[in-house]
Every structure is written in structure tokens, then in C-alpha cells.
Ligand binder design. Structure first.
Ligand SMILES: [Zn+2]
Ligand SMILES: [Zn+2]
Length: 413
């Protein structure tokens, strides 16, 4: 159904009141006018097809969500998500999944930036100002963890049902349109409910995920206080440590967690799914050998000193291993697959839980196993630099962002 009068869906979604059209760039826009206008057309907003007007409105509301003059809890996209009536006709396509993910990640980041929920906790633990760049980065990581608990799994289910390339599904199976038509409204309803509830209880959600992360990382109050004391000394501030962020150079060696190597996640995911066609793992394998991932290193040996079972089997040198079947003059097509599995075992063994890596891998799956940024092999990133690389954090505040500009091919329906 199209809109009555002369407004198009896009005009309603991106509606700007006449008052704000003339305000300086960066000024917030009134949300109440937009909501009033949406309410007028509430009964005729059509979301029954992936290309219906309702989705255009959602995309526009999402792309301008942080330009409104109210908190997330009362902005127009949150209002819109709350208004869906049960049993509404809802059908969407892969593009909607992308918009949903973008909105969730940006909404959580925005709320943490404004409320500083995690950063206040860190400050209170150390009894002073927790080192700012680390505090911001840890807060973003916790925001990602919160999204990965209920929202990301819903996207993975929807993407799998729709056979979105890059998601897990049985390629032999066919999409059953009847099942899909029945399930999609439930998924959308569950998504709207989970997202709006998270936004309404963001303090509680982030505090609870922060507590869980403290437990997973083993970060005691003493460790965090000790970290602050040491990192505040000038010589430790920007270290060339192996556990430093490749972009901002923040040193995570004392924390032991908080960095991710996006290329390694790509490798892990591809090995885990037994390699997609034309994958880059062979090339990655050579690069990992070149940068010494298969060499014994003092850091790795130290990490494994308490793990007597794995001590003998890890970190042998693949290049000099006489059983290594991947030689340049013997291109056995399966040998590199075996090497990939061995490399994975050797690097991951004894490292225990890696909660930040795990949550970025979850995001990677939701991106249809694509990174939006480009990363070098061995490049380690803190959460701030990682989210900047993926385009979720802008260096400068922008006007409405274009949701399609970074959309991976899998979501273009
Ligand atoms: Zn960084
Ligand atoms: Zn592969």
C-alpha cells in the first residue's frame, strides 16, 4: 500500500521539521514531530514485502537515529519498533538484516558513549579515572557482547532461513516460502521487542555483561588497579609490546585480553567451516608461517607452562618439520588443509577463553563472513580501532549515514 497525500515513504522517514532545516549542521532534530507524522500514517505503513514502504521508513529512521534531540529510548526508530501490532503482515529480505545489525550495534555504542555505563564501573573499581582510551575500548567490547547475546543469534537464524550467502544453511535444502512467511513476522516481533527492551534497560544489560566479562577475563579489582598504576607511567604508555594495538599502540599485555586479529578470525571461521570455495587460507597460511606463528615464542611458552598435556605437542616449526606435507614442489591439494588445522591448534592451544575474539567472530558471522575493513595478517586491534575499521564508529560525526554504502554483497537483495 502506498501513502496517501503527497508524501513518499522516504520523505516521512527522513522528515525534518522546517525549524531545523535552517539550523547549523550538527544540531539535533526534534523527534516528536517525526513521531507525530509517523503516527498519522501508522495504519497504512506497509511491511508485507521486502521492498515495501515500511522498510524504507525504517532504513531512514535508522540512518538518522542519532541526529534526534532525544535519548534512544524515545527516538523515532525505537517508537516505530514498539508500534508493530501482533499478527501484522511482515516480510523482509537480507537487506533488512543488514539494517537491523547496523542499528543494534550503533544504538548500543551510542548509549554507552552517552551514559558511560561501563566506564563509570571501571573508574569506580580503580577509585580514579581509568585510562581513557582503554576504558572506551573495553566499553565498546562489552556493548558488542550485549548485542551478541540475543540480537545477533536472531540475525543468524533469519539469515540461515533466507539462505543468505555467508550464513550457515544446508545448500541442498530449498527455502520453503510457506514456512518463511509464517516465521518472519515472529522474528521481526522478537527483534523489535528484544532491541527496545535492551534500550530501555541498557544500564542493567551493560552492567551485567561487564560482570560476566570480568569473570571470564579474570580481571580482579587488584589487577585493574595495578594496570592503571603501571600504564600511567610514561614508558609503558605506548609500548611496542606483542600485545599492543597495531593502530593506536595501546598496550594490552597487562590485561591479557582486549585485542583481536581480524585476519585470524577469518582464518578460524574458514577452517571451522571446512573452507569455502576459493578461500584465502593457503595464502594466509604462508603469511602466518612467514611471521612466525609456527615458531616457538617466549610468550606462547609462558602461556602454556601450566598446561602439561599440551606442552609437548605445540609450537614445533612447520618449515623444518619433516612430516610437513606442504612443500612448494609437492602441491598435494589436501596438504594445506591439514596444515591449516595444525596451525589453528598450535596457536589456539593453551590460550583459554578469548572473549573479545569470540564476540568479533560472532559479528563476522552476522556480516555474512565478511570484514568491512581491510586488515593485514598479524594486525591486532583494540575494540575502538576495530569498530572504526568496520565503520561503526566515525572519526567525525556525519549527517545521516548511508546504510547501503558498506553493505556486503550477500545482503543486496
Ligand atoms: Zn587501538
Ligand atoms: Zn579456507
Amino acid at each position: 500500500m502506498s501513502f496517501p497525500f503527497y508524501y513518499t515513504a522516504a520523505e516521512i522517514g527522513s522528515y525534518r521539521s522546517p525549524v531545523t532545516i535552517f539550523t547549523a549542521t550538527g544540531k539535533k532534530r526534534p523527534a516528536d514531530m517525526k513521531i507525530k507524522m509517523l503516527r498519522l500514517f501508522e495504519d497504512c505503513i506497509d511491511m508485507s514485502e521486502p521492498e515495501s514502504d515500511g522498510w524504507t521508513i525504517i532504513a531512514d529512521l535508522v540512518s538518522a537515529f542519532n541526529l534526534e534531540d532525544v535519548p534512544q529510548i524515545s527516538n523515532s526508530i525505537t517508537w516505530f519498533l514498539r508500534t508493530l501490532k501482533p499478527q501484522s503482515m511482515v516480510a523482509f529480505g537480507p537487506k533488512t538484516l543488514w539494517h537491523g545489525l547496523q542499528h543494534a550495534v550503533r544504538a548500543f555504542i551510542d548509549m554507552e558513549q552517552k551514559g558511560m555505563i561501563v566506564r563509570k564501573r571501571l573508574n569506580s573499581i580503580v577509585g580514579d579515572k581509568f585510562p581513557v582510551s582503554y576504558g572506551i575500548s573495553i566499553a565498546y567490547w562489552i556493548a558488542l557482547v550485549a548485542i551478541s547475546k540475543s540480537l545477533m543469534p536472531m540475525l543468524l537464524i533469519a539469515g540461515s532461513m533466507m539462505h543468505v550467502e555467508g550464513y550457515d544453511y544446508d545448500p541442498e535444502s530449498q527455502i520453503d516460502p510457506t514456512v518463511l512467511a509464517k516465521q518472519l513476522p515472529y522474528l521481526y516481533e522478537a527483534w523489535g521487542k528484544a532491541l527496545t527492551e535492551s534500550i530501555e534497560t541498557m544500564d542493567e544489560v551493560l552492567n551485567s555483561e561487564f560482570d560476566a566479562t570480568l569473570e571470564e577475563t579474570g580481571w580482579s579489582d587488584d589487577l585493574l588497579r595495578d594496570f592503571k598504576a603501571k600504564i600511567d607511567t610514561p614508558e609503558k604508555l605506548k609500548s611496542q609490546s606483542q600485545q599492543g594495538c597495531s593502530v593506536c599502540l595501546d598496550d594490552y599485555s597487562l590485561l591479557g585480553h582486549g585485542l583481536v586479529e581480524p585476519r585470524w578470525v577469518t582464518f578460524l571461521e574458514c577452517v571451522g567451516s571446512r573452507h569455502k570455495r576459493d578461500c584465502s587460507c593457503q595464502e594466509l597460511l604462508d603469511q602466518y608461517k612467514a611471521i612466525g606463528y609456527l615458531q616457538p615464542s617466549s610468550t606462547h611458552v609462558r602461556n602454556n607452562t601450566n598446561d602439561s598435556d599440551s606442552e609437548d605437542e605445540v609450537f614445533h616449526d612447520a618449515e623444518s618439520d619433516p612430516t610437513d606435507s606442504k612443500k612448494s614442489n609437492n602441491p598435494d591439494e589436501n596438504s594445506w588443509v591439514v596444515d591449516c588445522e595444525r596451525l589453528l591448534r598450535e596457536v589456539e592451544n593453551g590460550k583459554g577463553k578469548r572473549p573479545f575474539q569470540e564476540v568479533t567472530a560472532h559479528l563476522y558471522r552476522c556480516h555474512a563472513r565478511v570484514w568491512l575493513g581491510s586488515y593485514q595478517t598479524g594486525e591486532m586491534l583494540c575494540a575502538s580501532c576495530f569498530l572504526q575499521g568496520e565503520g561503526y564508529i566515525d572519526k567525525e560525526s556525519k549527517e545521516d549515514w548511508d546504510l547501503s554504502s558498506s553493505m556486503p554483497a550477500s545482503f543486496v537483495s
